[in-house]
Design a protein around this ligand. Structure first.
Ligand SMILES: Nc1nc2c(c(=O)[nH]1)N[C@H]1C(S)=C(S)[C@@H](COP(=O)(O)OP(=O)(O)OC[C@H]3O[C@@H](n4cnc5c(=O)[nH]c(N)nc54)[C@H](O)[C@@H]3O)O[C@H]1N2
Ligand SMILES: Nc1nc2c(c(=O)[nH]1)N[C@H]1C(S)=C(S)[C@@H](COP(=O)(O)OP(=O)(O)OC[C@H]3O[C@@H](n4cnc5c(=O)[nH]c(N)nc54)[C@H](O)[C@@H]3O)O[C@H]1N2
Ligand code: SF4
Ligand SMILES: [Mo]
Length: 711
């Protein structure tokens, strides 16, 4: 029995804020102001009370002795790791003083905020990334690192990403999971997928790597990376040739399907096989399976979009459900993102019309180049990073580090931990975790809103992103009421503005969100299943296989296969080049969690998955230390010799911290900061490298980028 004096245990409703489609509802038990238990909310219809392996030990993260709890000022040279503690008042005063001097000399365009996916919160990310910076007149950040090419593709083709309810997969008879690894990246889809399989559905995974998801599929197809559009066109060739397409549906609901059919005509299975490495017979079989097993759902995410031709590849894939008339059918169609069901009112988020027009936009994929002079007039003189770790997660890391090392750059990093980015800061500010802040999450994997109450007071002197924005606004003398709202006032304003134009928010109030935590969207009055009414929010109102908009922007208006070549790494100069993919790690979310001891132990050291056929001629054995390099840089990894990857392809997952890795660099030392064909997207997977075994004497070398890497 508990003693009579025991203080009561409170249970606080919350929502996981991390970059993941699942948006789990959480419950935190709090006693005497300390969180003592943390878990999933069993009443949530999708997330069902269990959390992934990353977030289950969340209290270890919240109470980690390495949490940043006080503002720090750098005393040694950049990157030296020597700090002195300062007060918040000193930190804010220093930031404002430095900015004022920079604005006087260069204008506010010389200040760049950089934030992305530390949290998906409406207040702590969307609003904190917009309002203050607009008012300041800072450079805008093009938020392109993740899904920009696929977003451009879905918007051009369907008008918006409106995935079906994930439970609709229970009606599917075939699920094609293409360039997506939900067993690691969106695990709450998996129990639904298993149930569909038990109901007799077949699951096909298309991924150059035998992923955790692929292991439990009925069929795994491994194309050569970035040839997926050729595979899809080969499938379409068979479907049109054999009259398995849905001509009536195409005729009524799309624009340009005949143009696509003409292109597919050039993609005989033999031709598609030669390009993709997938056998001709398998292309025939897959095409027939897809066109005749209905309902057929195509589930894609963003793996395929992080290529030079990622936009066109995404568009080609997204047309497959239209060809067989599955769009708008329960259990069929396209499952990409839920983000387009509700788009927050952008004016309420940003108050853009009350602020100056941003002087320019800087593509976040080019951060290194931008800091090193690619962006001039004015140059970037101040960088403010929050909810992001570009030294670890941005492409072409040596350029990023070189830019961050600029002695004349004034860098502030607002973080929970001393990340590899924070090490380059002039000032480090301590950030709260989700347990210490108020927010609203709109997950991209299901159709619910998730409210997050703070469960505990901020640890140490940690402050939330929005709290710091308000302090900075105050210190800059900005008096606008929209820079002084509480988090709940922000949420209510945006909810009200959005509900005025979107019936899916009908009747949803802040009070209901606060009470229930989880609130489903109102049903779409016209579409039980997305696009069941055949109305698409495109300029023509149809599904645009042919896109006039893309034509007007100078792009190919029809989907096609375009090869993705890693130009910068100069394949011809590399010794036996291999294509490198670096998708999600099972135990981290990008680089978040990459410093937590228990999760690092589960993930294991940074590895390179390499096929035995590629390992043997290089005399590489399992566990050997190898050097991976190209013209951009190099890193050291432990070889894992495995048939999980095809010959010619190597895999090293993202998110490992360079500072915690042998050799001091992570996989982004070799990734490309070239931009994709659509949306200015990232091209993390369009990368070639050479791989060689390291003699034991070489293994002590530090992040040794060849001199050419930074030019
Ligand atoms: N555990 C975990 N979960 C995460 C994340 C994480 O880091 N870890 N990250 C979160 C984020 S930021 C995002 S955007 C999502 C991403 O979710 P996903 O898109 O599911 O994850 P990725 O691993 O980036 O990419 C999926 C797959 O694409 C494959 N791929 C790469 N190139 C090609 C290609 O050319 N063709 C084909 N067919 N496949 C290809 C990769 O091998 C990889 O298995 O996951 C989120 N969830
Ligand atoms: N090689 C390779 N690299 C990739 C990818 C890939 O496929 N391959 N994928 C890319 C993708 S899809 C994405 S989305 C990007 C993600 O790149 P980033 O957005 O930079 O994400 P993280 O690296 O996880 O860094 C997020 C940081 O935010 C901090 N944080 C968390 N919550 C808060 C908060 O409330 N406030 C503040 N101030 N900080 C907080 C965390 O501690 C963490 O250090 O990575 C990209 N990088
Ligand atoms: S990372 Fe995803 S699966 Fe894990 S707790 Fe958060 S929302 Fe749920
Ligand atoms: Mo992402």
């Amino acid at each position: 029995m508990e003693p009579m004096t025991a203080s009561p245990t409170l249970t606080i409703r919350g929502a996981c804020p991390h970059d993941c489609p699942d948006g789990c509802a959480t419950l935190t038990e709090v006693r005497d102001g300390r969180a003592v238990r943390f878990g999933g909310d069993p009443d949530h219809p999708i997330t069902q009370g269990w959390l992934c392996a990353k977030v289950r030990p969340y209290l270890e993260r919240v109470y980690d002795p390495n949490r940043l709890l006080h503002p720090l000022r750098r005393v040694g040279p950049k990157g030296s790791g020597e700090w002195t503690r300062v007060s918040w008042a000193e930190a804010i005063a220093e930031i404002v003083d430095r900015w004022r001097a920079i604005i006087a000399e260069h204008g506010a365009a010389a200040i760049l905020p950089y934030s992305y996916s530390g949290t998906l919160g409406l207040v702590e990310m969307a609003v904190a990334s917009q309002r203050f910076w607009r008012r300041l007149g800072a450079s805008d950040l093009e938020r392109t690192i993740c899904d920009a090419a696929a977003t451009a593709a879905i918007n051009a083709t369907y008008g918006a990403g409106r995935a079906p309810d994930p439970r609709d997969v229970l009606d599917s008879k075939l699920i094609l999971i293409w360039g997506h690894n939900p067993a690691s990246t969106g695990p709450h889809f998996m129990p639904l997928l298993r149930e569909a399989q038990r109901n007799g559905a077949r699951v096909v995974v298309i991924d150059p790597r035998r992923t955790l998801t692929a292991r439990s599929a009925d069929l795994h197809i491994a194309p050569i990376p970035a040839t997926d559009a050729a595979l899809a066109l080969g499938m379409m060739h068979v479907i049109f040739r054999d009259g398995l397409h849905d001509e009536a549906w195409l005729e009524d609901n799309t624009i340009g399907w005949r143009g696509l059919r003409d292109r597919a005509q050039r993609w005989s299975p033999a031709h598609a096989a030669a390009v993709t490495g997938v056998e001709k017979a398998q292309i025939e079989e897959l095409a027939r399976l897809y066109a005749t097993t209905k309902p057929a759902m195509l589930k894609v995410a963003d793996g395929i979009n992080r290529h030079l031709s990622g936009g066109q590849t995404s568009r080609t894939l997204m047309c497959l459900p239209a060809v067989i008339g599955q769009v708008g059918q329960r259990g069929g169609g396209l499952f990409y993102s839920q983000s387009g069901h509700i788009r927050w009112d952008s004016e309420a988020v940003s108050h853009a019309s009350d602020a100056p027009t941003p002087p320019r936009a800087v593509n976040m994929n080019r951060l290194g180049g931008a800091l090193l002079g690619e962006v001039a007039d004015p140059p970037i003189m101040a960088l403010y990073v929050f909810g992001a770790n570009p030294a670890t997660s941005a492409p072409n890391a040596n350029r990023v580090r070189e830019g961050l090392s600029r002695p004349d750059l004034f860098t502030v990093v607002h973080e929970q931990f001393l990340t590899d980015t924070a090490r380059f800061a002039d000032l480090v500010l301590p950030a709260t975790t989700q347990l210490e802040q108020t927010d609203l999450i709109k997950p991209y994997g299901h159709q619910h809103l998730q409210y997050n109450h703070p469960a505990i007071a901020p640890l140490g002197e940690a402050k939330s992103n929005w709290t710091v924005m308000r302090l900075l606004a105050e210190a800059m003398g900005f008096r606008e009421p929209w820079l002084r709202q509480t988090s709940d006032e922000v949420i209510e304003e945006i909810l009200t503005a959005t509900a005025a134009v979107n019936p899916r928010l009908d009747g949803i109030t802040l009070a209901e969100l606060q009470t229930n935590g989880t609130v489903p969207y109102a049903p779409d009055p016209d579409n039980d299943v997305p696009y069941a009414d055949g109305v698409f929010p495109t300029p023509s109102g149809k599904l645009e296989i042919y896109s006039e908009q893309l034509a007007a922007q100078g792009h190919d208006p029809l989907p096609d296969y375009v090869p993705s070549r890693d130009h910068d790494a100069d394949e011809s100069r590399l010794d036996r080049p291999l294509t490198m993919l670096s998708g999600a790690a099972h135990h981290f979310t990008s680089s978040t969690f990459g410093n937590q001891a228990t999760l690092r132990a589960k993930q294991g050291p940074p590895t390179l998955e390499i096929n035995p056929d590629d390992a043997a001629p290089r005399e590489i054995e399992d566990g050997d230390l190898v050097r991976v390099e190209n013209a951009r840089g190099s890193l050291q990894l432990r070889a894992r010799v495995t048939t999980d990857v095809q010959p010619g392809v190597v895999v090293s997952v993202k998110g490992q911290w360079g500072s915690l890795s042998e050799g001091g660099a992570n996989v982004n030392a070799v990734t490309s900061d070239e931009l994709a064909d659509l949306g200015g997207g990232s091209t993390f997977h369009s990368v070639v490298v050479s791989v060689r075994k390291l003699a034991s004497g070489d293994s002590t070398e530090r992040r040794a980028a060849p001199a050419a890497a930074s030019v």
